[in-house]
Design a protein around this ligand. Structure first.
Ligand code: NAD
Length: 285
């Protein structure tokens, strides 16, 4: 997308952190905004803030883990603006801990928001964009956790690896169709936001206690908070996302210095393949 003025962006998780920063940056280009979020109060405040600065914005309370809610978001968007050009599947939550100690409620919650949320967004909005036929772009928020695997982060990583592969496939499928829809996958390391307080949005029916034990849980919470609050400002990410849409760039890597960790994973896989080949050769000899 090269022209932004008068286009329409839907940003999920738009009431806070990275989502709000993307919306604020788009607004400066004259993009009309639909902020979608599960938190009514924060959403109202975010929309009011944008409107007070003279931008066009509406808020739609949405639960991205619920298909009907995302369908209603599309209807409301079309009602207000008649089209959608940018979709940011950004709403996300985090849980941490040893894989076997994360509760089933936590697993269902994080898969529902982080992975099903992006799936729902694509399922509902891509047909609309194809029908419009004008320039569009989808930004899926993954994480560096979508490219690497570290201890204590399996639930989050499962969802974020899913978002990376979903984005990579989608990008190729749309290119094959010669659709005018670009795709980016945002893979940040730590960014200042309220992600460490994600638990505030876990719904009642998925409230079960993990079997981690208080001390471990507190230690994990403390370190996630330190990392998130010590991250880069969300506004920097908003700027990079706008540039990536303009440049039709697939991967948005906010912390290139971390990327070599990803290279190490690839190296270990290549080494494993080489070891298998060496064993094969030894058997054949
Ligand atoms: N902050 C970081 O360090 C970091 C790093 C990598 C990736 N991310 C990703 O960035 C995205 C945005 O998170 P953030 O860091 O800005 O955190 P945040 O908590 O500030 O914002 C997330 C927003 O999503 C909303 N939300 C939660 N559940 C929802 C649901 N079911 N439906 C709709 N909205 C829902 C929250 O109300 C909140 O406004 C997430 O996908 C997160 O995983 C964040």
């Amino acid at each position: 997308m090269k022209e932004f003025k008068g286009t329409v962006a839907v940003v999920t998780g738009g009431a806070s952190g990275i989502g709000l920063a993307m919306a604020q940056r788009f607004a400066l280009e004259g993009v009309r905004l639909v902020l979608a979020d599960i938190e009514q109060e924060a959403l109202d405040a975010a929309v009011k803030g944008l409107q007070a600065e003279g931008h066009e914005a509406i808020g739609v309370v949405t639960d991205v883990s619920d298909l009907a809610s995302v369908q209603a978001l599309k209807e409301r968007t079309l009602e207000a603006y008649g089209k959608v050009n940018i979709l940011c599947n950004n709403a996300g939550v985090q849980v941490a801990g040893p894989s076997w100690q994360i509760s089933i409620g936590q697993w269902q919650w994080i898969l529902g928001v982080n992975l099903w949320g992006a799936i729902h967004g694509i399922h509902v909005f891509v047909p609309q964009m194809l029908e419009q036929g004008d320039a569009c772009h989808i930004v899926n928020t993954s994480s560096m956790s979508g490219l690497v695997s570290v201890p204590m982060m399996s639930a989050y990583q499962v969802t974020k690896h899913g978002v990376v592969t979903l984005s990579e496939s989608l990008s190729q499928e749309l290119a094959q169709q010669k659709a005018s829809i670009g795709v980016s996958v945002l893979c940040p390391y730590f960014v200042q936001s309220k992600l460490h307080e994600a638990e505030r949005n876990r719904p009642q029916h998925l409230q079960d206690a993990s079997n981690m034990g208080g001390q471990l849980e507190q230690a994990i919470k403390h370190s996630v908070k330190q990392l998130v609050t010590g991250g880069i400002p969300a506004a920097d990410v908003g700027e990079q996302v706008l540039e990536a849409i303009r440049d039709d760039q697939l991967y948005i890597l906010t912390h290139p210095e971390i990327v070599p960790v990803f290279g190490k994973r690839a190296e270990r896989i290549v080494e494993a393949a080489q070891a298998t080949e060496a064993k094969r050769a030894a058997k054949g000899a």
